[in-house]
Design a protein around this ligand. Structure first.
Ligand code: CTP
Ligand code: CA
Length: 227
């Protein structure tokens, strides 16, 4: 059964949200991954759905259940994410890149399982840069008035220095908004509480929110998708 529409603030709008973390294969059974579970991106997809939007979730190896009432497109690697994001952004009003996209992938993917006996005691893996999906989306802008939002997970503990990193990052990416949050071995991932600062393309702080990921998602939408 379809979930109830809580309100219609985003009725008739298409919202694309990426979530999770890409996994870059080394061989058929191994990959290079990251700690993202997809919980914040999924919460954003649910929040947009609850405002009546048509929501597409670009799903990179989610460790949380996919929401009902949204269309899910599998995007397990950075290259798959680029293809899916470019295709779905074509007619989107709002694109939010909440996924942790791997910056590098193994230069070669073995077609059979790597074997220790063939590799010895030290294994060196060459990595090559992945495409930057957010920068590409921000440069393309296929639809007039489309809003493009990035995330930046930083381990920098000092809030002012974190903000400075965010300002450099949004300038580099060309996005409209950047959602900054602090991550570490003990914070930022999974179902717990989170705290974010939203900056605009001029580096101004335009939103702050903390709490559970659903309420933070709603606060982010209030800033980046005003009715
Ligand atoms: N991103 C992306 N494609 C990549 C890498 C990142 O679309 N290949 C997006 C992420 O989804 C996120 C934003 O860019 O919305 C910022 O990601 P982040 O890793 O914080 O920034 P990077 O530019 O990769 O810089 P860093 O060297 O700090 O990792
Ligand atoms: Ca990165």
């Amino acid at each position: 059964s379809e979930p109830p529409v809580v309100d219609d603030r985003l009725a008739g709008r298409k919202v694309v949200v990426s979530a999770g973390g890409t996994r870059e294969p080394l061989d058929p059974v191994r990959f290079l991954g990251n700690a993202s579970t997809g919980s914040q991106g999924v919460a954003l997809a649910e929040a947009a759905r609850d405002r009546g939007a048509d929501v597409v979730l670009l799903a990179a190896n989610l460790e949380v259940p996919v929401p009902v009432g949204v269309r899910v497109v599998a995007a397990p690697t950075a290259e798959a994410m680029l293809a899916a994001a470019v295709a779905e952004a074509a007619d989107a009003d709002l694109v939010i890149m909440a996924a942790a996209v791997a910056d590098y992938r193994p230069a070669e993917v073995a077609q059979a399982k790597l074997k220790k006996d063939d590799l010895g005691d030290v294994l060196t893996v060459e990595l090559v840069r992945n495409p930057d999906v957010l920068a590409r989306l921000a440069a393309d802008r296929p639809r007039h008035g489309q809003v493009v939002v990035g995330f930046a997970a930083e381990t920098e503990p000092d809030p002012d220095r974190r903000l400075a990193l965010g300002r450099q990052k949004i300038a580099r990416k060309g996005a409209d908004y950047l959602v900054l949050n602090e991550v570490g071995f003990d914070r930022g991932f999974g179902p717990g509480e989170t705290a974010v600062t939203v900056i605009d393309r001029d580096g101004r702080v335009v939103g702050e929110a903390s709490g559970g990921k659903p309420s933070v998602a709603a606060a982010i939408l209030d800033v980046v998708a005003p009715a």
